[in-house]
Design a protein around this ligand. Structure first.
Ligand SMILES: NC(=O)CC[C@H](N)C(=O)O
Length: 245
């Protein structure tokens, strides 16, 4: 074609990425910082908002929204912003649910299955290796298939469960996006750490990419210049997806 192909991905650096805060959310500031480091503009969205302020994608961050009462994510699911977010996600808006955000996505039925207590009934906090199983989602397109990445995991209700039929369907459709490698830290069915919807625009995972975005601060940060930054590619991936949308 006579064109020089650049190995650098094109990113929608002017994009506006919403980060939702519920009462009890903890990691909204880190998520906003990750968005900024990826080159986009974070937009603070409040759980009581009735619209999404025309953002290009949304992050549901981690934490203990509504104190995890009833079940983690069960109350947040009824927040006013979720009405508009569910419709927008069904229409193709990229949405990433991290930990408590993943719990909210399952409660809102944007993703199948549920999260229950870790199998050993202890809070877990560790640097977790994951294998990337699906790079055809809005949030993983800059990873390589089978790549191992390390990002922090910290939760009490991280055991992913679903019916055998739902699990078989997820596997058959390639919708398992991440699996735990080395250890299964919470007893999740089939080692599942993250999944996507049919369209690949909605992704939920238990570990926290927004805590592994800066060299020198993330996991294994003494292991080389890019070490500790595996989480940043979630955010650059969506900026690349927005260019190609
Ligand atoms: N880090 C988090 O988001 C914690 C999530 C959740 N509420 C749990 O402990 O299971």
């Amino acid at each position: 074609m006579g064109q020089t192909v650049s190995s650098r991905p094109q990113l929608a650096t002017g994009a506006r990425i919403g980060v939702v805060t519920f009462p009890g959310t903890l990691d909204d500031r880190d998520a906003a910082r990750a968005v900024r480091l990826a080159g986009a503009e974070p937009v603070a969205l409040w759980h009581g908002d009735a619209d999404l302020h025309a953002v290009d994608a949304v992050v549901l961050p981690g934490g203990f929204s509504y104190g995890d009462y009833l079940r983690a994510g069960a109350i947040s699911r009824f927040a006013p912003i979720m009405d508009v977010l569910v419709d927008a996600a069904r229409g193709g808006l990229p949405v990433l649910g991290i930990c408590n955000g993943f719990q909210v996505l399952t409660e809102a039925h944007l993703l199948p299955g549920s999260m229950i207590k870790n199998d050993d009934l202890h809070f877990v906090c560790r640097e977790q290796v994951l294998s990337v199983q699906n790079v055809d989602t809005a949030w993983t397109r800059l990873f390589s298939p089978g790549e191992h990445i390390t990002i922090p995991l910290k939760n009490q209700d991280g055991q992913y469960v679903a019916t055998d039929r739902e699990l078989d369907e997820l596997e058959a459709e390639g919708r398992v996006v991440f699996r735990y490698e080395g250890v299964n830290p919470n007893g999740s069915r089939r080692g599942i750490a993250g999944i996507t919807n049919e369209r690949g625009n909605v992704v939920g995972l238990m570990p926290h990419p927004e805590h592994a975005v800066e060299p020198g601060f993330g996991p294994d940060s003494d292991a080389g210049p890019r070490a500790g930054t595996d989480g940043l590619r979630f955010f650059t991936s969506v900026l690349s997806a927005l260019v190609h949308a």
